[in-house]
Design a protein around this ligand. Sequence first.
Ligand SMILES: [Zn+2]
Length: 58
Amino acid sequence: MTGITDSGPLTCDACGETVDPADAIRRETMGDLDPTTWQTLCCPTCGGRLKTVYVGDE
Ligand SMILES: [Zn+2]
């Protein structure tokens, strides 16, 4: 399993910002996924969802 910061910069579809995964805002996922193993990375500029990531190995 690759870590969050191994994926490289993410691009926000909403505002076009390039976001380093380490700078992204982490939120609980919208679905019924376990929040201790899955988190949503959100854009620090506009708050848009960037990616849902597995964090169970952290
Ligand atoms: Zn954004």
